[in-house]
Design a protein around this ligand. Sequence first.
Ligand code: KG4
Ligand code: ZN
Length: 337
Amino acid sequence: MKILGIETSCDETAAAIVEDGRTVLAETVHSQIVEHQKYGGVVPEIASRCHVECICQVVEETFLKANLTFQDIDAIAVTAAPGLIGALLVGVNYAKGLAMSTNKPLVPVHHIRGHVAANYIAHPDLIPPFLCLVASGGHSHIVVVHSYTEFEVVGRTRDDAAGEAFDKAARVLGLPYPGGIYIDEVSKQGDPFAYQFPHPKAEGPYDFSFSGLKTAVINLVHNKQQKNEPYKIEDVAASFQETVAQILTDKLMKAAEHYRFDTVAIAGGVSANSSLRAHLQKACLQSGRKLYAPPLKLCGDNASMIACQGYYEFLAGARADMSLNGCASRSINEGAY
Ligand code: KG4
Ligand code: ZN
């Protein structure tokens, strides 16, 4: 079964065709980063306009790469929640138009479920249940993946998402947007133990909080600048990254222990982080657990993960009609519709 996936929830316009949920036949990602970089973050209005301008071309290019036509696909899966509403609506309306004109089933997909599904593409042996840390620019959750379409959030950030903290720390260090990848890069030249940053406490045992940590980095840099004291960006970045990696690893391992999972996975943009991966690999090796992580190109937003999750949603009976709308905020347990 071939599914066309469409993703426009933030600043990537993406399309992919995936066979039986696991095999990517073709994928295209058009990133808008350069459009937003000069503003230091995603500008929603600009994101929507960019999606409108390039969605047709991104889908056409994907069909050309796969050497397929609209008639060859069995269903259209689209990210319907959560995300920037204006951005979501572009993909949702494109998918509705295509479903109507081709008479193909329309399958709404929850963006975070899609991030989890990126692991299925890379790892044919991974099947639920397992425990997954989803850390992206807008979300940080520890999720029990009961089945392909049943999820339970057991831990979450109480304030900023991990990616948001990376982006804010990068900004104060003068690194470009989105900052996560630059923090990761400069940290390779830094000392991860140069500075002691706080491990902020959060309510639930598997919850986390990044707001205080982000503020600590900002305060440190501002203090140094005001006193005209030298500091190494690489050391601040590496110490901040080390702290985030320690917090996320600690919480994920504690949750795995409590919920008795031998299989853990990571997903979302922050799962590309080299320090987080190294910490988790070590912790899993020590505790006899198996760690699954998506390849780097599937950590960020893409449509292969949406087509993959769309396949499992389709099998579970998810269908949308022409009343499908985008939804800016929706829990992973609820799904997209
Ligand atoms: O999943 P994603 O592409 O988009 C959302 O759904 O939010 O995540 C984007 C986030 C950004 O905050 C970006 O800075 C962060 O992922 N990110 C990283 C790395 N690569 C991307 N954070 C830490 N280390 C990285 N290597
Ligand atoms: Zn995402």
